[in-house]
Structure formats: structure tokens, C-alpha cells
Design a protein around this ligand. Structure first.
Ligand SMILES: Cc1cc2nc3c(=O)[nH]c(=O)nc-3n(C[C@H](O)[C@H](O)[C@H](O)COP(=O)(O)OP(=O)(O)OC[C@H]3O[C@@H](n4cnc5c(N)ncnc54)[C@H](O)[C@@H]3O)c2cc1C
Length: 290
């Protein structure tokens, strides 16, 4: 869809106290990891990852944090918003692979869309060639009430959910990245016996979407273990089509709206600012705080 279409919000669901999902009965034919630009006339236009798409349409999962999202949260089903896209790169879909997905906050939405798509493919491939894709889904949140899409994920075959919360109210107490050591072998090719049994016959591939400091830890762990990964990198985006230059990253100058948001771990490792700083809407550097 090239031009902006004013689409009716079909349904809104409350996911957590600060997160809602907006459903649209419209097909984008998107791939997991891509995003749309959402325009509220008189307010702003902002990027949102496609959090779900099936034969009925697509959905966006939104965290309420500023003027655009405040306004969106006041809207009701039946009202219309401007949507263009899908834009950007997507996560790779590979058969016969052990996926490790690491999600923080609303990053759980695009990764659950990816998990769903993989499970559909795994079902069709498994019957033909006895191959399958397996997923370890590492799901992080501040506390139990902020855990997103556990229900949705628990219905997917071949998907094991591992939850971590900062306060320990559900699952592991601590960072979701603490769980990585239980699913990634310490060094590629030198598998721990038990892990070897779980991973045998499958290539390991890590996909992550969430807060950048979390993503940086995932990248570092993958680089140490020699495991391939893909990362969704968020930058302030104004146009979404590589024209304004707002989302260009240092030093490579790549536009995250076109050459991203999903990039390989190898590329992310060359982005000097990844995990260190990003730029606000005026272009000023804002350093990530631990
Ligand atoms: C590719 C991409 C996909 C995204 N997907 C989602 C999604 O699925 N769900 C969702 O809720 N949000 C998503 N976002 C972020 C979303 O675009 C912002 O939440 C949105 O800009 C908030 O708009 P606002 O007007 O409400 O608040 P703003 O005033 O724009 O933002 C409030 C605060 O958040 C900071 N901020 C906003 N956007 C960014 C950014 N991209 N990088 C760093 N800091 C930022 C601002 O500097 C400000 O401090 C995505 C962003 C990108 C680039």
C-alpha cells in the first residue's frame, strides 16, 4: 500500500495498563518485522511495527507514551486513522531451524507474529519432509501484569515460552537476557550435552525486538557464542521511506526505515551508536541509560 489509506479501527483490546492492540480489517500482506506509518491529522505521523496479520487483517500493539499514542488511546472502534506501508525489512523465515526469540515490552507483538508464521510453515513442511522449526520464546516484562501475549504464544505448536520479570512476579526474577545461557550453547560447535540434545539437527537463529540495551546484550551473547541473529532497531522516523535522513545511523549512514528496522547481527555490530545512543526528533544525541 503506497499511499495513505484511512482505515477503520475494527476492535481495540487492552493488553496491559499501558498497552492496547488496534485491529484493522485490511490486508497489508506484510512480513513480521515490517512497520506502518500511522497518521493522526493535526497530531503527527509515527512508525508502528505490524504486531499481527492473518487472513482477517492486521493489528498494531501500542505503548502509550506521548502525543500520538495519547490520542490513539482516546480513540474508539469505528474511528479512522491514516495508515501507509508496510515498510522496511523483515525477520528471516527459515525452515528446520531452532529459533530463539528475545522480546521486551511491545517487541513481543512482531515476534509473536513471526512465531505464528513459522508455525504455519513448520506444519506444512513437517508433513512433507519430517522437518520442523522449534521456537524458544524469551518474554521479558517489568512485572506479571505487563507480560504480553502469553496466551497467543501458548497456542502455537513447537513454541516454548520462558518468562522473566524484573520484580520476579512471574517466571525468572531479573532480565530476560539472563535466560539466554539456558538456550544458547556457550560456544558454537562446543555444545553442552543437554543443549546438544535439544538443538541437534537444527541451526540456531536468534531474533530480538525490544529495548535497545536488551538487544545489545543479545547481540553480545550471540557474538560470543558464534550464533547468527537479527535485531529490530528503532530510530526516530519521520518519513518512513528513506528521504528525510532522520533515522540514519552512525557511522554507516544507513536509514533504519529502509535498510532496517530488522538488520543482521553482523550489520548491527558495525553500527557505532547501537546500544550507546540514538537521536531525538531534533537530531540531538540521547544516550541510553542502564
Ligand atoms: C520501526 C519502529 C517500530 C515501532 N513500533 C512500535 C510499536 O509496535 N508499538 C509502539 O508502541 N511503539 C512503536 N514504535 C515507537 C513509536 O513510533 C513511538 O512510541 C511513537 O513515536 C510515540 O509517539 P508519541 O507521539 O506518542 O510520543 P513521542 O513524543 O514521539 O515520544 C515520547 C518519548 O519516546 C521517545 N521516542 C519516540 N519514538 C522513539 C524512537 N523511535 N526511538 C527512541 N525514542 C523514541 C521520544 O524521544 C520521547 O521521549 C516504533 C518505532 C519504530 C522506529
Amino acid at each position: 500500500m503506497d499511499s495513505t489509506k484511512f482505515l477503520k479501527i475494527e476492535k481495540i483490546t487492552d493488553e496491559t495498563p499501558f498497552v492496547k492492540t488496534f485491529y484493522f480489517n485490511h490486508r497489508l500482506n506484510s512480513k513480521p518485522g515490517q512497520f506502518v506509518m500511522l497518521w493522526l491529522p493535526g497530531i503527527d505521523q509515527k512508525p508502528f511495527s505490524i504486531g499481527w496479520e492473518d487472513e482477517n487483517g492486521f493489528a498494531l500493539t501500542v505503548f502509550n507514551r506521548g502525543p500520538t499514542t495519547n490520542k490513539l488511546f482516546e480513540m474508539k472502534a469505528g474511528e479512522r486513522v491514516g495508515i501507509s506501508g508496510p515498510y522496511g525489512t523483515s525477520f528471516s523465515v527459515r525452515p528446520n531451524t531452532r529459533y530463539i526469540m528475545v522480546a521486551g515490552g511491545y517487541g513481543a507483538a512482531p515476534l509473536s507474529f513471526l512465531a505464528k508464521q513459522l508455525s504455519v510453515i513448520a506444519r506444512s513442511v513437517a508433513t512433507k519432509q519430517s522437518q520442523s522449526t522449534k521456537i524458544d520464546f524469551l518474554l521479558g516484562a517489568r512485572s506479571a501484569e505487563h507480560v504480553l501475549f502469553e496466551d497467543r504464544l501458548s497456542k502455537l505448536p513447537n513454541t516454548k515460552i520462558h518468562i522473566a520479570t524484573d520484580d520476579g512476579s512471574k517466571g525468572h526474577k531479573g532480565f530476560v537476557t539472563d535466560l539466554l545461557s539456558s538456550v544458547i550453547p556457550a560456544k558454537a560447535g562446543i555444545h553442552d550435552n543437554s543443549l546438544d540434545a535439544r538443538f541437534h539437527g537444527h541451526d540456531i537463529f536468534v531474533c530480538t525486538c525490544g529495548p535497545e540495551l536488551m538487544e545489545k546484550k543479545v547481540l553480545d551473547a550471540c557474538n560470543v557464542a558464534g550464533v547468527e541473529c537479527e535485531i529490530s532497531i528503532e530510530r526516530y522516523m519521520k518519513c518512513g521511506v528513506g528521504v528525510c535522513g532522520q533515522c540514519a545511523v552512525d557511522d554507516l549512514g544507513l536509514h533504519m526505515c529502509k535498510e532496517g528496522p530488522v538488520v543482521s547481527g553482523a550489520l548491527a555490530s558495525q553500527i557505532k551508536e547501537f546500544g550507546v545512543y540514538h537521536r531525538d526528533k531534533s537530531g540531538k544525541k540521547v544516550y541510553f541509560e542502564n
